[in-house]
Design a protein. Structure first.
Length: 307
């Protein structure tokens, strides 16, 4: 049974279950949903997360990603689900990927046959190295392990779920960022230089967390079943341009790091900094009426969120 066989009346204001609701992106998605008039039920593993959700105006649902009963209960009482949670434990990454897949399968089983939406977070990193990634490029299960999980989510469209995947830029930036750019700034401070790999001409896409949050809301409200959407505001920021902005902000010299020394200088981040990963969101903007309006990556770095 596909979602097109089901008549589900989507109301203007609905009840949304959100995993990862207090994370960097989730803490932007929750107020975005609330400001649109939706009710939000956030999954909270800890007391601190529960307090943060309550303070934001969301209903607290205690549980975690490895507790299928808590996921079932959260999804069963909702009109739609946004799945942002992931266990970021790189010492047991394979187990984290398996837990993510199990969570998607659990949520999908609850929503099956209802026509209700399930929107998940994924990424553009590795989709089309060296060329501009578009929404028309499918997920490749042989790539990053989490990509196979996205395929599981999208396949739910054939089981009566309005599933969609938002592929985010590798740099989701803004106040509170603790991802790639935050670590790059920290390394510059530790090393006393702001570095880029080789000539730094390789490109990354970027998006502000608040723009990404709006896209998740739009996807929940109206994305067709099986949609691949791109959370990308800036298609191609060169790593050299980013390193220059960090050097300016921290008043440090700019330097080129030879590719063979990237891991020594940048640690685990060195494996990513040489990637050429531009991505477009032209189709997403056209189809969803989404227009990024928040500051760009370089503006955020210069503004001082990372210093």
């Amino acid at each position: 049974m596909s979602v097109t066989d089901i008549h589900f009346v989507w109301r203007l204001h609905v009840r949304v279950f959100v995993t990862g609701a207090t994370g960097f992106i989730g803490s932007a998605v929750v107020p975005e949903l609330l400001s649109a008039g939706h009710e939000v039920v956030g999954l909270a593993r800890s007391d601190a997360s529960a307090r943060a959700l309550a303070a934001a105006g969301a209903e607290v649902h205690r549980g975690d990603l490895e507790d299928p009963d808590s996921l079932r209960a959260g999804a069963a009482g909702a009109d739609g689900v946004i799945h942002l949670g992931f266990i970021h434990d790189f010492d047991r990454f394979d187990a984290s990927v398996r837990a993510d897949r199990a969570a998607i399968e659990t949520l999908g089983a609850v929503l099956e046959g209802s026509g209700r939406p399930l929107v998940i977070a994924s990424g553009t990193l590795g989709i089309a190295p060296g060329r501009v990634a578009t929404e028309l490029i499918p997920f490749d299960a042989k790539g990053h392990p989490r990509l196979a999980n996205a395929l599981v989510a999208l396949s739910l469209k054939d089981r009566g779920v309005r599933s969609a995947a938002v592929r985010l830029a590798p740099s989701v930036h803004g106040e509170g960022d603790h991802g790639f750019v935050r670590r790059l700034v920290e390394i510059a401070g530790e090393k006393g230089v702001s570095g880029h790999v080789g000539d730094g001409s390789n490109r990354w896409s970027a998006v502000h967390r608040m723009d990404a949050a709006r896209l998740f809301r739009l996807a929940l409200e109206s994305a067709p079943a099986g949609s691949i959407l791109h959370g990308v505001a800036e298609e191609a920021v060169t790593i050299r341009t980013l390193a220059e902005a960090i050097a300016t902000r921290l008043k440090l010299p700019l330097t080129s790091i030879p590719p063979e020394a990237a891991t020594e200088h940048f640690g685990w981040l060195g494996a990513f900094l040489g990637f050429d990963q531009p991505a477009s969101s032209a189709l997403t903007q056209q189809r969803m009426g989404w227009r990024p309006t928040h500051p760009g990556l370089i503006q955020d770095v210069v503004a001082g969120w990372y210093a």
